[in-house]
Design a protein around this ligand. Sequence first.
Ligand SMILES: C[S@@+](CC[C@H](N)C(=O)[O-])C[C@H]1O[C@@H](n2cnc3c(N)ncnc32)[C@H](O)[C@@H]1O
Length: 551
Amino acid sequence: MLGSFDKPVTGDGYSIVLELPVNDPLYDKKKKLLHDKGFGIKEQIPLESSSSPDSISKTLETMLQIGRIIHLNEVELYFGEFDTQSGSYSTRNEVEALNLVLSLVESLLASQMHKQINVWKDLKKAIIDKIHEFGNQNKVDAKIDRNYICAKEKYLVQWGERNGVKTKLEIAYVEGAGRGVIAMEDLNIGDIALEIPVSIIISEELVYKSDMYNILGKLDGMSSETMLLLWSMKEKHNCKSKFKNYFDTLPEEFNTGLSFGVHAIMALEGTLLLDEIIQAKEHLRMQYEELFPALCNDYPDIFPPEFYTWEQFLWACELWYSNSMKVMFADGKLRTCLIPIAGFLNHSLYPHIVHYGKVDSATNTLKFPLSRRCSASEECCLSYGNFSTSHLITFYGFSPQGDNPYDVIPIDLDVGQVDNIEDCPMSNWTTHMVRGTWLSNNHNMYHYGLPSPLLDYLRRVRNPTQQEKTFLPADLEIEMEVLEDLQLTFSDMLENLGDSDFEDRENTSWDVKLAVEFKDLQRKIVSSIINSCSAGRKLVENELSRFMSKE
Ligand SMILES: C[S@@+](CC[C@H](N)C(=O)[O-])C[C@H]1O[C@@H](n2cnc3c(N)ncnc32)[C@H](O)[C@@H]1O
């Protein structure tokens, strides 16, 4: 349970309870962070009927601080330990935290078992204002071509509506993102932008009903995802398919990292994305060769060879990677699905739709509710997940606009070296990473915009007994060593990335453009770390000379 509301604790005030779920995989670390900020794992937040606007806003901030921590993911938690005093950890996290608090207040208001309804209404208004204010600060302007009329997309929506789809969105062309959806009217928090009946969702059930299942179901290690992928490769050619309108809207080519040509691959030299793409492609090639041409040779009627070439296999993989969603059905089973119409929703780092993917068993539909306002004509986006740009390029073929907080560079360290840290969940990270230091709001001494778990680890390698950070020379010398080492590591990395020597960006192919953009982003991240180390060393030097002058 993330939160609930309670009977009065004091006077005539009611309280809301925010609780860290015990099954949270990051429970210990979040518990420690809550504790460091002065909270327990279960906090009862009271609100008196006489509350002034000032105290309502203080109550809201307290609830948000807890809500943010409850909703942190691993990367946000790794970087957020000392960073966020009151600000947000990420746009996604902020939307989640605000919506958590809003849902609790709404449940309390819906219960109507309290006397002081006005104060809760005021709190609800304050939350909604905050969501709007945050929206205005983080506006991403997408250029939309409303005149883009495509008969195929229109037919699909009409077909959907005949089959029970309800939508407040229309399809348009969004510059740099292909097709997207825009709001037909002003949509508010909680409004359902799109509702898709289960009957038009493409899921594994379709394979079980097909003639392929007799063959595929008997193959060892065959997953339902692979079966469905093979099914879609054939079904797209079926003129009588129930999903013909859907298949007609799919592009002939998906421009994802898996289709990068040799020049783009070469442009990625020195980056981890190069390995990611090569490994992913090798894995798919092996998977293809395990199945083909054997299936076509043994069952040519079921697997016609012309539908099962390597190129078509890769096309289907790109379709499933870039367009599928995981859906929890009413039977409690999670299935990977293609969802007609919802497949036009683009990704954003600041999504309108955050909570989706669970079938509403009362209506047997999949609903896409808004977690923040979307004005008429504005593009409505969801979050595909907390993905790094390298993942988005490899499997989706784009680099998102704005600062991506999940763009981390892993650091290879032998984390087994340090003892005595078991009791300290925050130090007990088994992997370490860095990201652009402009994302940090703490560039002070002992922080430098760098992640605390990494700095603490590097300090403890040098001095396992260090408990407190002091301004004594012995500690300062350790700080200096840590920063020098990091600076050296990242200077080497920058050198490996080479210079940005690419001039004619506009006239190049989509893949080289994407590769070059990615490399620029890597350079920007690595340079920020080098600069922060250098600025940090100056801070330490100043402290050392201050100490010396006192002596
Ligand atoms: C689920 S589809 C969304 C609809 C898609 N734009 C279309 O025209 O079919 C996912 C694909 O949309 C594109 N896309 C999604 N979000 C994007 C974004 N923020 N920027 C650029 N392209 C995006 C990528 O090509 C991605 O593989």
